[in-house]
Design a protein around this ligand. Sequence first.
Ligand code: SF4
Ligand code: MG
Length: 319
Amino acid sequence: EAPLLEVKNLKKYFSINKGLLGRKKKFVKAVDDVSFTIKKGETLGLVGESGCGKSTTGRMLMRLLDPTEGQIYFEGKEISNLNDNQIRSLRKDFQMVFQDPYASLNPRMKVREIVSEPMVIHGIPKEERMERVEKLLTVVGLSAYHADRYPHEFSGGQRQRIGIARALAVNPKLIIADEPVSALDVSIQSQILNLLKDLQEEFELTYLFIAHDLSVVEHISDRVGVMYLGKIVELADKQSLYQNPKHPYTKALLSAVPIPNPRLKRERIILKGDIPSPSNPPSGCTFHTRCPLATEECRNKIPQVKEINPGHYVSCHLF
Ligand code: SF4
Ligand code: MG
C-alpha cells in the first residue's frame, strides 16, 4: 500500500542576502535533503533541537512554505507543485496543532467560532457546524457549555484541547502537531498525549509529531526521525531507535532521557559546544564539531543516508 505521505529530497534554503554588488549569495539550508514516508494511521515523530528544520519541514507539508527543491506526495499524488487554488482544496486533509495554545487561539473569538473556523472555510453549513462543535468539544474532553466562552477562561491544557478540536473539525487525514505539549506543564503533557493517541484510534488519524525531546514522542510514535541542522541523521521504528540507536547524536539525546529502571543505567553523553549556526554549517558531517567519535573523514566528507537494517536509516561514516 502506498504511504499516505511521501517526502523526497525536500529542501528549503532561505537566502540571507541578495547577492548584490558582487557579493556571493548566501543561504541558510533550513531543510537539506530530507526524505521520509508516513503510513496511514501511523505516527512519525520528528525530533531535534530548535533550529534543526523540523518546523520548516512541517510548514512545507502544510504548503505554508514552498520547498526550494524536492517532492511531496499525498495519497500518491504530487502536491509540491500545486497552485494556490489546488492547495486550498487540499487543506481540508491537513490540519495543524500548534505549540502555543495561548498564542494560537484568537482571544476575541468564542470557542464556538474558533472550532467552527475551518468548517466555515470549507463550506460546511451552519446547522451542521453548531452541532459538530458541541460534539467535538466532548470528544476532546470538554463540554458543550464551553462553546460560548473565550480562550482566556481556560487553562493551557484546556486551550490545547480546543486547538485539537479545531484541527479535527473538518475530518483531516493528516495532523501535523508542532510541539503540541512543549508549552504545557509536565503534569498536563501526558493527558494531552493520551488524548491525541485515543483520537488517533477513534478517527484513524495519521500524525507527524514534532518535538525537541525524544522522551515526548516515545509513547505516541511508531517511527521516529532525528534531525540535526536540516538533515535527518537517523530514522527507525521506535523499538530500534530507542533500544538500539546508531547515530552518535541520537545516542547523546537518548542518554539525557531518564529511564524508569535505574538498573539499566545509560551512560550520559554530554555534547560539547552549541548547535552551530545553520547559516554557517560545519564541513563534512555537520555534527563533527560536537561528535565524540569524529575523525578526519568526518570533517571532510558528507555522510550519505544508509539503510543499515530494514527500515533503519543512518547517516554517519561509522556505518
Ligand atoms: Fe560523528 Fe563522524 Fe558519524 Fe558525523 S559521521 S556522526 S562526526 S562519527
Ligand atoms: Mg519549532
